[in-house]
Design a protein around this ligand. Structure first.
Ligand SMILES: C[S@@+](CC[C@H](N)C(=O)[O-])C[C@H]1O[C@@H](n2cnc3c(N)ncnc32)[C@H](O)[C@@H]1O
Length: 228
């Protein structure tokens, strides 16, 4: 590789790590108000999770990007072992205040790097409102496949790509100023193809609107995959 090529590679890695750091520090700040801020996407996600999972039971669940634990309480109640991971220590601290169950284990982890988890294989892996912050979906599905038992399920609830095309992103407030958090657009086909390429098959695709979303674009896309 010539000097110019090397410079381009170094610049790419520099911007990648700066972006990850920005996202992490944004969530460390947002942790203080995440639960109280007006946030229809967060509320709709919680409603969907309750509807889909309330009557289900799993041996082991991995919740990826648990945040302040909005869904962690439910996931802990429907599993024998729950591992909840996130790279924001401030978000995880809030989650720990909510979740007192002995079967819940929290770990600080950046999912853009190899997942070194204490428990290795899960029956269900969930992602709620995290994948918009991840550039390389393929790496995530590769790691998901590695940590899923055979016939294990993957559940994904994300900001709908139609809203992303419209420029919508997660927004928090710092010192009275609204700030957007870095995000990457993933098309519906990106999720499905990347899961397929990594050995997981689509079982269900749904779209959801909040009750205040009349005549608007769908707010959340929901995908369920199985590892064959
Ligand atoms: C919008 S919050 C969603 C939290 C929770 N799942 C919910 O639905 O309320 C996104 C979460 O993803 C986490 N996150 C973003 N990028 C991450 C990464 N690379 N590794 C681990 N966690 C990440 C953030 O720290 C934050 O807690």
């Amino acid at each position: 590789m010539d000097y110019k090529g090397l410079e381009r590679v170094l610049l790419y890695f520099k911007s990648f790590y700066l972006c990850i750091m920005n996202i992490q520090s944004a969530y460390n700040i947002w942790a203080n108000n995440y639960d109280e801020d007006k946030n229809l996407t967060r509320d709709l996600d919680a409603e969907i999770v309750r509807k889909v999972f309330s009557n289900q039971k799993f041996n082991s669940i991995l919740e990826v990007g648990c945040g302040t634990g909005k869904n962690t309480v439910l996931f802990a109640s429907i599993s024998n072992h729950l591992t909840a991971i996130d790279f924001s220590d401030k978000m995880i601290s809030k989650a720990k205040e909510k979740v007192k169950s002995e079967n819940a284990n929290f770990q600080i982890a950046d999912i853009t790097k190899d997942w070194n988890l204490e428990e290795n294989k899960f029956d269900l892996i969930t992602f709620n409102l995290i994948l918009e912050h991840i550039e390389n979906l393929n790496f995530i599905f590769e790691q998901t496949h590695k940590h899923l038992k055979s016939k294990g399920l993957v559940f994904i609830n994300e900001l709908h790509p139609f809203r992303q095309y419209d420029g919508k992103k997660a927004v928090y407030t710092e010192n009275g100023e609204s700030k957007e958090i870095d995000a990457f657009v993933h098309n519906i086909s990106d999720f499905i193809n990347s899961a397929n390429e990594n050995g997981m098959r689509l079982l269900k695709l749904n779209e959801y609107w909040h009750e205040q979303d009349q005549n608007k674009l769908p707010r959340i896309i929901s995908l369920k995959f199985i590892k064959d």
